[in-house]
Design a binder for this molecule. Structure first.
Ligand code: ADP
Ligand code: MN
Length: 178
């Protein structure tokens, strides 16, 4: 089904997790540390209209997964990309060499989404999803266990540790593929 390209010399990394777990901040830091190109899928969806209109009830766009995958295919073809998105089950498995699932406690998710001005129903939905580890289960169903890294993201220290771990992976991958 997929166009088989030559092996990547630099990895593609997916950073996923419930909204508020720290994906975008972590991805920015990883991009700075490694030179990977950052794709914040939520922004791409808005900028390039990869959606089918607005869902008023949930204050979000109706994602058009096919359009997103088509748009991203060329960007990821040669590796070197850090992708940040809150779901992970519709990307082609072959795209990613590492899948990071960020986790945070209920109080952290609550505070961060409140700060962001999310509506109460959206905050509740996301907290429930984090407690039920929906994104982690989704990652486990979509990718090989060996490439999944579940990391806590409650404190700045933890975030710095996470960036170090991801950076180390990227460097090892590049050395192995030289
Ligand atoms: P996401 O992209 O997953 O929705 P963000 O990266 O936008 O999350 O983070 C949401 C807010 O929480 C930001 O203000 C960010 O600085 C803060 N934050 C995220 N992760 C951490 C962490 N591990 N420690 C402290 N603050 C964090
Ligand atoms: Mn984000």
């Amino acid at each position: 089904d997929a166009p088989q390209s030559k092996p990547r010399s630099t990895p593609n990394v997916l950073i996923t997790g419930t909204p508020g777990t720290g994906k975008t901040t972590t991805a920015e830091m990883v991009a700075m540390a490694t030179g990977l190109k950052k794709i914040t899928v939520g922004d791409l969806v808005k900028e390039r209209t990869l959606h089918d209109g607005y869902n008023e009830e949930f204050d979000t766009y109706w994602l058009n997964e096919d359009k997103v995958v088509d748009e991203m295919e060329d960007m990821l073809a040669d590796g070197g990309v850090c992708v940040d998105y809150h779901t992970c089950d519709f990307f082609p498995k072959r795209w990613f060499d590492l899948v990071v699932v960020l986790r945070a406690t209920t109080d952290k998710v609550f505070d961060r989404l409140t700060e962001r001005g999310y509506k109460q129903n959206k905050i509740s939905e996301n907290i429930e999803s984090e407690i039920m580890q929906v994104v982690l289960d989704e990652a486990r169903e979509s990718y090989d266990e060996e490439i999944i890294m579940e990391l806590p993201s409650n404190t700045v220290d933890e975030m710095e540790d996470n960036v170090e771990k991801i950076t180390a992976f990227v460097e090892q991958f590049r050395q192995a593929r030289q």
